[in-house]
Design a protein around this ligand. Structure first.
Ligand SMILES: Nc1ncnc2c1ncn2[C@@H]1O[C@H](COP(=O)(O)OP(=O)(O)OP(=O)(O)O)[C@@H](O)[C@H]1O
Length: 269
């Protein structure tokens, strides 16, 4: 479990995060969603001490992260960012195993583990000896995820990891992450500005307003069923056509259609 207690982060005079209280449950996916500048990345980076709070505490399983050595702390926390952040002059497998080698895992064992990780994230082992620029954007992101999983961390931080790929690849990567999470059950904290992605991936969704203020926190269904404010309703599109569905019957089948009459899906019963 990760717990923020009265956490404030100021950059100069500007308050990026204001007195945030937030509990992130273990072994679930929590998505932080909000518009640009709402403080999502800052919140995420305070977990692995890439950013330290100005005041307040961040605890992981009851221990203040400031009591931990930042380098060791980060080894136990996987981090995936938008541009996969791969080392361009190192081959795919070397990128995946960099941290393992730093922690003195012998070369052959690291290599075997690296290849297994490539399987885990759905990358063909045949790509192991390529350089990052010889991969598609989606493949590079998978390498980024494999690298983040290399030390088998309990916590995985993901900062807009699928933001730079096209919508089809993005959907594929989302499905892959859902599958991975069913298998691995990590504590995932995922940042996005895309509410559809948040609803798709999050067991819990935390909707942030400017200053890292929590506008609403809950399951996707809870948020959709009862938006806590006009801001939330507007952000999730509840006040727009797309999420206001009604049922029509076409050729004996019941369809859900949006306010413009465009089909959103078929009802089973
Ligand atoms: N290192 C920094 N120095 C100064 N200001 C910063 C720094 N990092 C973030 N900020 C400011 O803090 C606020 C929150 O930024 P943050 O990156 O956390 O937001 P975000 O919700 O992740 O935004 P985005 O979706 O655009 O990445 C912004 O106003 C930003 O300009």
């Amino acid at each position: 479990m990760i717990e923020f207690r009265a956490v404030t982060k100021r950059f100069g005079d500007a308050e990026a995060v204001s007195s945030l209280d937030l509990v992130i449950p273990a072994r679930r996916t929590t998505v932080l969603v909000g518009s640009s500048g709402s403080g999502k990345t800052t919140v995420l980076r305070m977990i692995n001490r890439m950013v330290d709070p100005t005041s307040g505490t961040v605890e992981i399983d009851g221990t203040d992260v400031r009591e931990r050595n930042p380098v060791e702390l980060r080894r136990g926390i996987g981090y995936v960012m938008q541009s996969a952040g791969l080392l361009p002059h190192r081959r795919v497998l070397d990128n995946v195993t960099t941290v393992l080698r730093l922690t003195k895992v012998p070369k052959a064992a690291a290599r075997e583990r690296g290849l297994e990780l490539m399987d885990t994230v759905g990358l063909d082992r045949g790509l192991a000896e390529r350089y990052p620029q010889e991969l598609s954007g989606g493949q590079q992101q998978r390498v980024g995820v494999a690298r983040a999983l290399a030390t088998d961390p309990n916590i995985l931080l993901m900062d807009e990891p699928f933001g730079a790929v096209d919508p089809i690849v993005r959907t594929e990567l989302q499905e892959e992450l859902l599958r991975l999470q069913r298998e691995l059950a990590k504590t995932i904290v995922f940042v996005t500005h895309d509410i559809d992605e948040a609803f798709r991936l999050g067991d819990t969704v935390v909707l942030l307003e400017q200053g890292g203020r929590i506008a609403q926190q809950g399951t996707p269904a809870e948020i959709l069923a009862a938006p806590a404010s006009d801001f939330v309703a507007s952000f999730i599109g509840a006040d727009r056509g797309r999420r206001r569905l009604r049922v029509v019957e076409v050729d004996g089948r019941r369809l859900a259609v949006d306010a413009d009459g465009r089909p959103a899906g078929v009802l089973e019963h």
